[in-house]
Design a protein around this ligand. Structure first.
Ligand SMILES: Nc1ncnc2c1ncn2[C@@H]1O[C@H](COP(=O)(O)OP(=O)(O)OP(=O)(O)O)[C@@H](O)[C@H]1O
Length: 251
């Protein structure tokens, strides 16, 4: 995938990655290696000049509707309540749009249920600007999940949060993955986050990005935050750190 025409930036090249249904995969790598590009290729926001992207057995040629996305900065519409923001994707995805009109109460109940799951019970009527950064990020997750996506793409969703809020949200994501039949791809700079959450951590090379290694995370689920202090956990984090440092140096 190259941006900006034939002389533009080659963001990813020779990138091969297979993700199984229901799997939780974290993607890590040096800054600017093409992690976000990989997300955009997977969701059909960009179409590669060569190579193919296949999601749910179909080649991606346009934005994929079975996907939910959450990025670092929650872009909530300030004039809509949190609940109305969460319902927004349903107004966009054709399949849901018609149903939303006739079954509004059902969808509102679902949004309220999701708000409760992420610890925001009763906050649906607040406007986004009345919520803290961590609360907005939780609401952002609800919005990504409202149409029951089969694939959830998370691009640095907790990057802007303090360490405690981030760990709380790791647990929210962990529980969502355990309770819903959803495949999750998480792009992150935080190696502890990748090892705590994922089934498999994929390391990318420096730009143009390709996969240089894949590591199965051996820790049993459900994982508790105590795991962060286990020697085996820290060994794995350190190993990943070393690989990324080497990939950066090779650039
Ligand atoms: N729309 C675009 N137009 C031109 N170049 C782009 C565009 N988007 C990304 N790039 C370039 O492609 C390369 C890969 O970018 P990408 O955002 O995918 O990397 P990343 O690994 O997500 O970066 P970071 O770790 O800093 O978040 C970078 O050199 C970036 O400058």
């Amino acid at each position: 995938m190259r941006y900006g025409g034939p002389d533009g930036t080659l963001a990813v090249s020779g990138l091969n990655l297979r993700i199984n249904r229901g799997e939780f995969v974290a993607v890590v790598g040096p800054s600017g290696c093409g992690k976000s590009t990989l997300m955009k290729l997977t969701t059909g926001l960009h179409i590669p000049q060569s190579g193919t992207v296949i999601v749910a057995n179909s080649q991606v040629t346009k934005p994929v509707s079975i996907v939910g996305m959450a990025f670092q900065n929650p872009t909530m519409l300030p004039w809509r309540t949190t609940l109305e923001n969460i319902l927004l994707p349903l107004e966009i995805v054709e399949k849901h749009r018609r149903r939303l009109r006739s079954h509004k109460a059902e969808y509102v109940a679902k949004a309220e249920n999701l708000l409760e799951t992420v610890g925001l019970k009763g906050f649906g009527q607040k406007f986004p600007w009345q919520l803290s950064g961590g609360m907005q990020q939780r609401a952002n997750l609800c919005r990504a999940l409202i149409h029951e996506p089969e694939l959830l793409m998370l691009d640095e969703p907790f990057g802007a949060l303090d360490a405690f809020t981030r760990e709380e949200l790791w647990c929210v994501i962990r529980d969502l993955h355990a309770s819903q039949d959803v495949t999750i791809v998480l792009v992150t700079h935080d190696l502890r986050e990748s090892v705590f959450l994922a089934d498999k951590v994929v390391v990318m090379s420096a730009r143009p990005g390709r996969v240089i290694s894949e590591h199965v995370v051996p820790f049993a689920r459900p994982r508790q935050l105590d795991l962060l202090y286990e020697p085996d956990f820290n060994d794995m984090v350190q190993k990943l750190h070393g690989e990324i440092a080497t990939a950066r140096a090779a650039a």
